[in-house]
Design a protein around this ligand. Structure first.
Ligand SMILES: NC(=O)c1ccc[n+]([C@@H]2O[C@H](COP(=O)([O-])OP(=O)(O)OC[C@H]3O[C@@H](n4cnc5c(N)ncnc54)[C@H](O)[C@@H]3O)[C@@H](O)[C@H]2O)c1
Ligand SMILES: [Zn+2]
Ligand SMILES: [Zn+2]
Length: 375
């Protein structure tokens, strides 16, 4: 079938993207779903900083690529051998397919699925196939098994999780990356406990989700840090007890507000310098959980002895260290109960044709989550 997708052919375009237009809205040919695959009508897709990092080249991927990895939609067709999904199901797509059989999957660490990571690296679906091509027959790579900025897409059933059909698509989409990643970082990776002192660095879709996760876990003091004043205000609305403008004095201010340092710092900026600050803001015995994805050239420097003599912990968290099939329904249910105010993260609804302007807004810090709405 013929579909419309946002395709990136070259990384590193100059800003503003409204002028350089790195994403081209192209008519592509979408093959029918193969074994274990689903045809999904995408209804909403969120703009994440990880998409921006592919556009600007700091997270290089194989080109050309149909971009986007945060989406919700409706199953409209199934390939051979699919038993867990049927036409009409509402699904959220996760950006790592979970094969269910490899060692990390069997150990409950689906975010590290080995065939999933290999397929994502190659720009294919879990099957190793590409289902998108130009009308001339040039194969187009899939972004993280999702390629969300397309009106229809074929995905592996291992990328999809069936969700409550009552949830509006534009909110459901955000669960696929921002919420799964941020809430998961607080709940699955940091495992924040009631009353603990938490600092969150970066208040985009991921950071504010981590903040929502900290609130959910019953954290005591929650200090939120960003460079943009509007984000600090939103953080306060969502449960931050204190906010700090990022800068040279931020670490000292956090240490004071948390009576000697945070039990948990969560970094969601994607900068080794900010990660160093996050580590410095923790107390003896504290844990730093890093979620941001810095350019691969960045190195981290911390006093090595502090890990031992102060029993400090530094850990990374990908995909919220989650099992999407377990955690997405759980987080969506908590949202239904009013315990995760995800709807506050959606700041803009845009059309597919406005996507380059959307990435300008994200790059300038003027948006939290923007969703492309497909009618
Ligand atoms: N680990 C994962 O699985 C995963 C998943 C999704 C996104 N990410 C990464 O997480 C990061 C955040 O993604 P997002 O979509 O929320 O991005 P975003 O651009 O919406 O948010 C980043 C925030 O950091 C703020 N910021 C910039 N410089 C800062 C500084 N020096 N100190 C404090 N705050 C600062 C910005 O103002 C912005 O609010 C990105 O690096 C993204 O690639 C990781
Ligand atoms: Zn993302
Ligand atoms: Zn696996």
């Amino acid at each position: 079938m013929r579909v419309r997708s946002a395709v990136l052919r070259e990384m590193g375009a100059a800003e503003p993207y409204a002028e350089s237009r790195p994403l081209e809205i192209a008519e592509l040919e979408l093959d029918p779903p193969g074994p274990g695959e689903l045809l999904v009508r995408v209804r909403a897709a969120g703009l994440c900083h990880s998409d921006l990092s592919v556009i600007n080249g700091s997270r290089p991927r194989v080109m050309p690529m149909a971009l986007g990895h945060e989406a919700a939609g409706e199953v409209v067709g199934t390939g051979p051998g699919v038993s867990g999904f049927a036409a009409g199901d509402h699904v959220v797509l996760a950006f790592v397919p979970a094969c269910g059989e490899c060692e990390p999957c069997r150990a409950g660490r689906a975010a590290l699925c080995e065939p999933g990571a290999a397929a994502n690296h190659a720009g294919t679906l879990l099957s190793g196939e590409r289902r998108l091509a130009t009308p001339e027959g040039e194969a187009i790579n899939h972004h993280l098994g999702v390629s969300a900025f397309s009106d229809h897409i074929v995905v592996s059933e291992a990328s999809a999780v069936k969700v409550d059909p009552e949830l509006p698509f534009e909110i459901a989409a955000l669960f696929g990356c921002a919420v799964l990643t941020g809430v998961g970082a607080a709940v699955n990776a940091a495992r924040i406990e009631p009353g603990q002192r938490v600092a969150v660095f970066g208040l985009g879709g991921v950071g504010l989700s981590a903040l929502l996760g900290a609130v959910l876990q019953g954290a005591g003091t929650i200090v939120a840090v960003d460079v943009v004043a509007d984000k600090l205000e939103l953080a306060r609305e969502l449960g931050a007890t204190d906010t700090i403008e990022a800068g040279p004095g931020a670490v000292a201010a956090i240490r004071e507000l948390t009576a000697g340092g945070a039990d948990h710092a969560i970094e969601t900026v994607g900068s080794a310098r900010v990660l160093t600050d996050a580590y410095d803001a923790t107390r003896r015995g504290g844990t730093t959980t890093t979620v941001g994805l810095p350019d691969p050239s960045q190195m981290l420097s911390i006093p090595a002895v502090s890990l031992v003599a102060e029993e400090r912990v530094l850990r990374g968290s990908y995909l919220g260290s989650s099992v999407p099939a377990r955690d997405l329904p759980k987080f969506i249910d908590l949202h239904r109960q009013g315990k995760l105010r995800v709807e506050r993260l959606l700041t803009h609804r845009i059309a597919l044709d406005e996507i380059n302007e959307g990435f300008d807004r994200l790059a300038r810090g003027e948006a939290v989550r923007q969703a492309v709405i497909f009618d």
